[in-house]
Design a binder for this molecule. Structure first.
Ligand code: XMP
Length: 513
């Protein structure tokens, strides 16, 4: 356990991990737990402060959540945010109303009382992010109102004697201009944290926790060479050494030289002890994909074959107690959106569990955001090439080849993509979310030397994106595109045209499938 931590109690809001992340940005360890966490466990954890998150429910009526109100008697400083603020008001005897007129969404101007303990360094008029229908109508006399908006007279309140603080708005969201300051004040000044937590402590605590959990058991990890599974595997190997086996399935749809690069780092000659098993299953995958052109079908075939290969290896190892997965927080949210339409089946997000006999899944990175995973990877000494790696889909190049996948086409796209990445690196183009080459299924007439050609068109894609849910095409300098084009047509056989994809997402997707 960390020597000081903040407990974020999750009431189902959208920004809950973001709260934890903002706290970690203050160099204080934070963990998110469900609001049902028993009070006895909270006492055992002994956090320096508790933050109650937002959530979609009302504090009254049928949808009211059943929580343990002894929470407010622990003597630990508490900050209620949005729903958390309403819950606190309700718990201490205030009144919360559902308000047609009082609801506020988006940027909202807030009047701040700077004598409020949370707000000593916040401007008297500031802008905050609001997202609520219900609002707090009254509070008991011993509570002070510390902020208000035009529609919401009680936008923040406190009772320092009881160590209770609340804000109707969301300090964790960047739209709340001074939100970080407010959270910092809570964590440092009010909770008295020292702010000496660093990623190294995350590594130490996680390794210790994994060691305790796994004990003498065996663990198995599907290593893809992506940053998430690499970091998860190294953490696990630090914890349990030889009890871990990592299986790396080379499905023949990886980027150029990638299989060998993964082997160089994680294999027996590399610095880590992960019992690395490389399965060269290239031909198996090509055989299964022969004649298949429909993208979703390709994904399904690859997903199923991957499972089969992995299962065969797992059987050779014998009993496995734990399956290690590199799930990170954004995967948790995405797969949590149960009713959203399936645009594409992400076979490697939460897709492995039910085919290997094991007791439990271990997800050491479940609470981290991508940049935090990268930082952890650096601290673990994983080479920069792996740590900085851009996202690469589980089904690999199969979904960057339009039409049938063949070994020859895989090679074309690997070579073209390697040239593209090399030139982008050389040119130092920045701020690209993702970039890669794909192979269209179009062949057209060209001329090379004195000969007519009838060859493929490679397409280059580069997007800028914050969250990979939407994206816009990047404006790669023309001379860079020109250089890439001439190298591809000169160096890669069977390519006589290079196209640039100018489409954003929507209406396209980032991948080219
Ligand atoms: P799209 O193409 O849906 O991609 O706009 C959004 C992001 O997701 C990645 N992607 C995948 N990642 N398994 C993954 O782990 C998959 O099956 C998969 N399909 C797409 C894509 O590379 C982009 O970053």
């Amino acid at each position: 356990m960390q020597h000081e931590s903040i407990l974020v109690l999750d009431f189902g809001g959208q920004y809950n991990q973001l709260i934890a992340r903002r706290v970690r940005e203050c160099s204080v360890y934070a963990e998110v737990h469900p609001y049902t966490m028993p009070v006895e466990e909270i006492e055992k954890m002994a956090p320096k402060g508790i933050i109650l998150t937002g959530g979609p429910n009302s504090v009254y009526g049928e949808s009211a959540l059943k929580y343990d109100s002894r929470l407010f008697d622990l003597g630990i400083p508490i900050l209620g945010i949005c729903y958390g603020a309403q819950l606190m008001a309700h718990a201490v005897g205030g009144r919360v109303e559902s308000a047609e007129s009082g609801s506020e969404y988006g940027h909202t101007e807030v009047d701040i009382d700077r004598s409020g303990a949370l707000f000593h360094d916040v401007a008297e008029k500031t802008v905050a992010w609001m997202s609520h229908a219900d609002h707090i109508e009254t509070l008991p006399d011993d509570y002070t109102i510390t902020a208000s908006t035009a529609k919401c007279p009680i936008a923040a309140f406190e009772n320092p004697a009881k160590k209770q603080y609340a804000a109707q708005f969301h300090p964790e969201v960047l739209h709340t201009v001074e939100g970080k300051k407010i959270l910092r004040t809570f964590v440092m000044d009010i909770c008295g944290c020292s702010g000496d937590w660093v990623m190294d402590s995350f590594i130490d605590t996680t390794v210790a926790a994994l060691k305790e959990k796994v004990g003498g058991g065996r663990a198995l990890c599907a290593l893809s060479g992506g940053v998430d599974s690499s970091v998860a595997a190294v953490l696990m190997s630090k914890a349990i050494g030889n009890q871990l086996t990592c299986v790396f399935v080379d499905h023949g749809l990886l980027r150029k030289d990638e299989g060998d690069e993964v082997e160089a780092v994680f294999g027996p000659d590399g610095p880590y002890n992960v019992n690395f098993i490389r399965v060269n299953a290239q031909q198996r995958f090509y055989d299964k994909l022969a004649g298949v052109t429909e993208p979703e079908q390709k994904r399904k075939i690859i997903g199923e074959e991957f499972i089969r290969v992995f299962e065969e290896e797992a059987k050779k190892i014998g009993t496995v107690d734990y399956l290690v997965q590199g799930t990170i927080y954004p995967d948790v949210i995405e797969s949590g959106l149960g009713d959203s339409a399936t645009i594409k089946s992400h076979h490697n997000v939460g897709g492995l569990p039910d085919f290997v006999d094991f007791k439990e899944i271990v997800e050491p990175l479940r609470m981290l955001f991508k940049d935090e995973v990268r930082e952890t990877g650096r601290k673990l000494g994983i080479p920069e090439k792996f740590v900085r790696r851009q996202p690469f889909p589980g089904p690999g190049l199969a979904i960057r080849i339009i039409g049938e996948v063949t070994a020859e086409k895989v090679q074309i796209v690997q070579e073209a993509d390697a040239i593209y990445r090399e030139e982008i690196d050389n040119a130092g183009v920045e701020n690209l979310g993702q970039y890669f080459a794909a192979l269209t299924n179009m062949r057209s007439v060209g001329v090379m030397g004195d000969f007519r050609t009838y060859d493929y068109a490679v397409v280059l894609r580069a997007v800028m994106t914050a969250d990979f849910m939407t994206a816009e095409a990047a404006q790669i300098p023309w001379e860079v595109l020109g250089r890439v084009t001439s190298r591809i047509v000169n160096e890669v056989p069977h390519v006589n045209r290079v196209l640039y994809d100018c489409t954003g997402k929507p209406p396209a997707t980032i991948e080219f499938e």
